[in-house]
Design a protein around this ligand. Sequence first.
Ligand code: ADP
Length: 485
Amino acid sequence: AAPRLSDPGLFREQCYIDGRWVDADGGGVIDVTNPANGETLGSVPNMGAAETRRAIEAAEKAWPAWSGLLAKERATILRKWFELILENQEDLAHLMTLEQGKPLAEARGEVVYGAGFIEWFAEEAKRVYGDTIPQHQADKRIVVIKQSIGVVAAITPWNFPNAMITRKCAPALAAGCPVVIKPAAQTPYSAFALAELAERAGIPAGIVNIVTGDARAIGGEMTSSPIVRKLSFTGSTGIGKLLMEQCASTVKKISLELGGNAPFLVFDDADLDAAVEGAMISKFRNTGQTCVCANRILVQEGVYDAFAAKLTEAVKQLKVGPGQEEGVGQGPLIDSAALAKVEEHVSDATEKGARVVLGGARHERGGTFFQPTVLTDVTTAMKITREETFGPVAPLFRFKTEEEGVAMANDTEFGLAAYFYARDIGRIWRVGEALESGMVGINTGLISTEVAPFGGVKESGIGREGSKYGIEEFLEVKYLCMGGV
Ligand code: ADP
């Protein structure tokens, strides 16, 4: 059944290329389902390389006029897009919950968060400053300017169907670049709704394009096309590595935001109630399906039992159900593969000696619902230590000293987010500096904002999104050397 929206025009089932709503060349479609009940919501075009190429060519054609606008003119249009998104917050949130499953309150929050990137980068567009450099020879002058890089390809995941798109599009557009977006197959409708609002905001044809369908074919065209100058990807580490390899042949600039294995450390001087509150947000938001979700909760031995008891009490309060239901704090997992992975991590842990304090099994709601789970006595021999669970399972590890806690936290090839709770100011500096991650939440479980640089180190990625650093990813530095002065 088609979603009931107050503005039915926001539910689009076609792709958006060069300012037109279009079907796949062969007319094929792919169904989109609601993860809360398995029902079909509708379909989207099953496109491939040919349609992607057309979108890339349209983007290239539209680029000069868009980058030729004054920054203030682009900012005015982006501002309009931002306002339209906020005006349609309810419809966008409703659509997102239907296709993604997250609680409506979280979906509403994501719409505001996502729109924030557009507001922020509309403003940043005006501050793309260059440089002058004192000359190295008397008759020369040196000037550095920054220019839009060109056509951008963006590939986004299903866990934040709105914000992962605005986080890439807003800085690209602000910098003067057109984009071709491939949203995740599970959550295309949030992307189409954003394109509909982009059109209403007056973003010209060819500047925002959306293609859905065969991920390998679309990704293959995006990465091999010499027209595309930049790839921005958020998703799994495996696909990120593959895309990085594919981009080598045309030497594209890339931004990758990949998997994490976030440690969440609770030191014995922590405010335990605050730590529990932070752990709840960091672990259970979006049913544990965010790349910055706490994956390993490391607790110093002196407060281990007390923290475990308090956390278990808090987790017990989580209401599980479809995202539209009043008071629901945890929705379904995205699909059965996600459910299988969570089950596997729990059974592997229990087989190796972990204790299930709460949950540990599928939820009585059926489908892909899983019980909010707390495991204690988790050790580094278990799978949950090495792999991102991406589900509502809080595994509690024990450590003795600060050094041991930090070493355990860093014992991973990933380095996206890390969190810790402590009050001692010396410890806060030491641990903050020692953690190998792009972002550190200190006495907070929530770190995402458009004003700060989001991104990882090690195998968690390359580049930063949001903040003044985010726009640099879509700019090239050019140095002009004038002689004969
Ligand atoms: P997840 O586990 O979050 O689904 P993926 O990395 O598989 O992570 O998906 C993230 C995005 O990458 C999605 O839009 C997906 O369709 C896309 N994707 C998956 N495989 C490929 C591929 N071979 N080439 C390009 N994009 C891909």
